[in-house]
Design a protein around this ligand. Structure first.
Ligand code: MTE
Ligand code: LUZ
Ligand code: MOS
Length: 749
């Protein structure tokens, strides 16, 4: 089935936040944000701005009726600065004006006096000075002390990865409408409608039931709207509450880039030990996570880094420690992979370093250490339905790795100023929110009098194809064609208390809830049919919108069944609730079974380097991915292609730069380069691993949202291998992204 949004997307009729028709009386909000990264506010003078024609009000923390607090995990983040500024771009006040243009004019008229304080942007410096958001955590397995003695090779080093701007095509935004009796309805571009509802209630000092949050779809979230869509929604709701008028805020690109958090940069130290037969015996790693100025989702992101510290390898002795370091950057947040990619980059760096030191192929070490059935992850989960070796060998055989390597070698022999490099990137990604209680969802289904069906879930469509999959689930359960089913907007009054659409688990969680609701309605209709026809229930079934008696078609269509049920006064609305079974985790011992299942896959990636200029192009990515039994191959392929390219961008060209004062320099699309169609690998071959899927995945179709991003990590090592073919003196350093400038330096170092 094709993506149900493809028609309206192509025609341009799909509705995003900024497409909602503007109501009469609407006002426009604009944040007045800080132009320094760390300071004490001495005085702010709003008087000229306030008197600018068309400015309605300038809202400060003093106007907040509830708590000036938007922190999701820890209450450490004010909506509007009070006395202190903690990052460049921190909102201080909210300008409400007749138009956005006026608000921008007024913003320039605000005068501020501050006492500047020392700025920290480096997580290691933050750790040295004791600026941690919460105490470090350590995952351990085996015995580190004795492990090193069994090692033939021991290597140590450092691996850094930079952050990443989400660059959702639709920027952050929200639109609030005051309703009667102090209620507020908010349209928000958020992955987490409940998070918005809860935080608006807290800041406005009113109960959650007075707030309705509605989401049609997002023009991309990528994690950037899991937590950080909330602030904008709270701002417009606050203004709507104070002024009793609709208030809209669609954030400009450069404001969005400056003010919002990004993927966490990490700076890490590793020590890896291998036996003579290339088994990784011991791995010790210390992660310094650059959290920025407030907790945001950093504790959860850091946890996932620890979970994925050993990627898809079995290591008997592991000690992984992570520090959540408080710096003066905008609070960093969820981004596709959620700390997993940062952890995986370090162990892949360690393996690459070891391979170079020993003088063997990196893949010899990778292959010798792949997870096997009944192995144990450092966090105590036992490996089940393991596809690590299957995916690895399927890739190497399907694409004939020897031949690919020979092509590269012969190219490198015959070319002086152009070199090719190849790398293999296996992945293993755990599916579930690592915070066990979040793994639940609900769905609401109505069958209307004409037999058409409306479905609602707690999941948010952000381009990942969720809505298409939800329609497919309902189609299957109710035996209906797609035109009989409409997916409604995501709304907190229809489906309440939801987890954000995140962790790649949205289709699993919401799809299972929807399955439950639909199954109840199907059973109920069959019961009606059974009474009506006086046939035993077990002999009845629905197929292609018709009632079947055993294998024979009856005269009763779906529509007639609905009419019969309504005449019988039967309820044709159902609610489904799903909570992932089995999962658990005990933080006091850092052990448990946090994931419903794991997704595996292996990619081969090859690059051609222009050794005069340091430029590069990716020739191909060839991968075998563990889809399980894909319920929508077109959607899933789209996820793989998008994730892969986003991962390559993170590893190669996307370079966030801050100056020493904590100002973002790469603050526009002219200075922050993301992959375009020309930087996509020339060939992307995607094959499906022959696997049976997993019963905890929706219709055995495994989660696909985040895992493919991590194939992109291979890009870094492919480039390194090409550099080595040119410059035999090159000593690997691990400092992503590998921008053309860094490549050029490495070629001649
Ligand atoms: N794909 C598109 N087109 N747009 C997005 O914003 N977000 C990614 C991924 N794929 C995203 C996307 C992220 S970060 C996650 S967690 C998943 O989709 C969320 O959706 P899922 O849980 O339905 O996979
Ligand atoms: N969000 C979250 C996530 O709150 N918990 C998670 O485990 C997670 N994993 C991936 C992406 N977002
Ligand atoms: Mo995705 S980082 O879980 O929104």
């Amino acid at each position: 089935m094709k993506n149900i949004d493809s028609n309206s997307h192509v025609k341009g009729t799909s509705i995003y936040l900024d497409d909602i028709p503007v109501r009469a009386g609407t006002l426009y909000a604009l944040a007045y944000d800080s132009s320094c990264a760390h300071a004490r506010i001495k005085k702010v003078d709003y008087s000229t701005a306030e008197n600018y024609p068309g400015v309605i009000k300038i809202i400060t923390h003093k106007d907040i009726p509830g708590q000036n607090q938007i922190g999701g995990i820890f209450p450490d983040e004010p909506l509007l600065a009070e006395n202190d500024i903690h990052f460049w771009g921190m909102p201080i006040a909210l300008i409400i004006a007749e138009s956005e243009y006026i608000a921008r004019k007024a913003k320039k008229l605000i005068k501020i006096e501050v006492e500047e304080l020392p700025v920290i942007t480096d997580p290691r410096e933050a750790r040295e000075k004791g600026h941690l958001i919460f105490p470090p955590r350590t995952f351990q397995m085996g015995n580190m002390d004795s492990a090193w003695d069994q090692c033939e090779y021991i290597l140590e080093g450092r691996a850094d990865s930079n952050g990443q701007e989400h660059l959702y095509i639709e920027t952050q935004g929200a639109y609030a409408f005051p309703m009667e009796n102090g209620s507020i309805r908010i349209s928000s571009s958020t992955q987490g409608p409940t998070a918005v509802q809860k935080t608006v209630a807290r800041v406005l000092g009113i109960p959650m039931h007075k707030i309705e949050v509605d989401v049609t779809r997002l023009g991309g979230g990528f994690g950037g709207k899991e937590d950080q869509a909330t602030a904008w929604a709270v701002m417009v709701a606050l203004a709507a509450q104070i002024l009793n008028r609709p208030v809209k805020y669609a954030v400009h690109r450069m404001d969005d880039m400056r003010m919002t958090g990004k993927r966490h940069p990490y700076s890490s130290d590793y020590k890896i030990g291998l036996s003579k037969d290339l088994k990784i015996q011991a791995y010790e790693v210390t992660f310094h996570q650059n959290a920025g100025a407030a907790a945001d989702l950093s504790p959860a992101v850091m946890e996932r880094t620890l979970y994925h510290a050993t990627n898809t390898y079995f290591v008997p002795n592991v000690k992984a420690t992570a520090y959540c370091c408080k710096t003066n950057l905008p609070p960093n947040t969820a981004f596709r992979g959620f700390g997993g990619p940062q952890g995986m980059f370090v162990i892949e760096s360690a393996i690459q370093k070891a391979a170079n030191h020993i003088g063997i192929k990196t893949r010899d070490i990778q292959a010798a250490n792949l997870l096997k059935e009944k192995d144990e992850f450092p966090y105590g989960q036992i490996v089940k339905k393991c596809e690590a070796t299957n995916a690895w060998y399927a890739t190497l055989e399907k694409y004939n790795i020897k031949e690919l390597e020979e092509e590269i070698d012969s190219f490198n022999k015959n070319n002086v100023n152009s070199k090719k490099g190849l790398a293999i990137m296996p992945i293993c990604f755990g599916i579930s929110f690592t915070n066990t209680p979040m793994n639940n969802a609900r769905a609401l289904v109505h069958i209307y009098q004409d037999g058409s069906v409306g479905i609602s879930t707690g999941g948010v469509e952000m381009g990942q194809g969720l809505n298409t999959k939800m329609v497919q689930v309902a189609m299957h359960e109710l035996s209906l064609s797609s035109d009989r089913i409409k997916i409604e907007t995501t709304n907190t009054t229809r489906v309440a208390n939801t987890s954000p659409s995140a962790a790649s688990a949205t289709a699993d969680l919401n799809g299972k809830a929807l399955e439950i609701a639909c199954a109840k309605l199907r059973e109920r209709l069959l019961e009606c049919a059974s009474n009506y026809l006086n046939i035993d229930l077990v002999e009845l079934n629905l197929k292609d919108q018709v009632l079947y008696h055993n294998d024979t078609k009856t005269d009763l269509s779906w529509d007639q069944l609905v009419t019969i049920a309504l005449a019988d006064r039967v309820c044709l609305t159902e609610n489904g609730h799903y909570a992932t079974p089995l999962i658990n985790f005990d933080k006091s011992i850092e052990k448990g079974h946090p994931f419903a299942y794991h997704v595996y896959g292996t990619a081969i990636i090859a690059v051609t380097l222009d050794c005069i200029r340091g430029r590069y192009e990716f020739d191909y990515v060839k991968l075998v991915h563990d889809f399980g039994l894909s319920m929508n191959y077109a959607v899933d392929i789209g996820q793989i292609e998008g994730g892969l390219v986003q991962g390559i961008g993170w590893m190669t060209m996307e370079e966030l730069l801050y100056n020493d004062n904590g100002k973002l320099l790469s603050n526009a699309l002219s200075t922050y380069k993301i992959p375009d169609i020309y930087s996509v690998p020339k060939i992307v071959d995607i094959e499906s691993l022959n696997s049976e899927g997993h019963e905890l995945a929706i219709r055995k179709s495994k989660a696909v949202g985040e895992p493919p991003l991590m194939y992109g990590i291979g890009a870094y090592f492919a480039i390194q291998n090409a550099i080595k073919a040119f410059n035999s003196n090159y000593k690997n350093s691990f400092d992503a992204p590998f921008t053309p400038e860094k490549v050029l330096m490495a070629l001649y170092s």
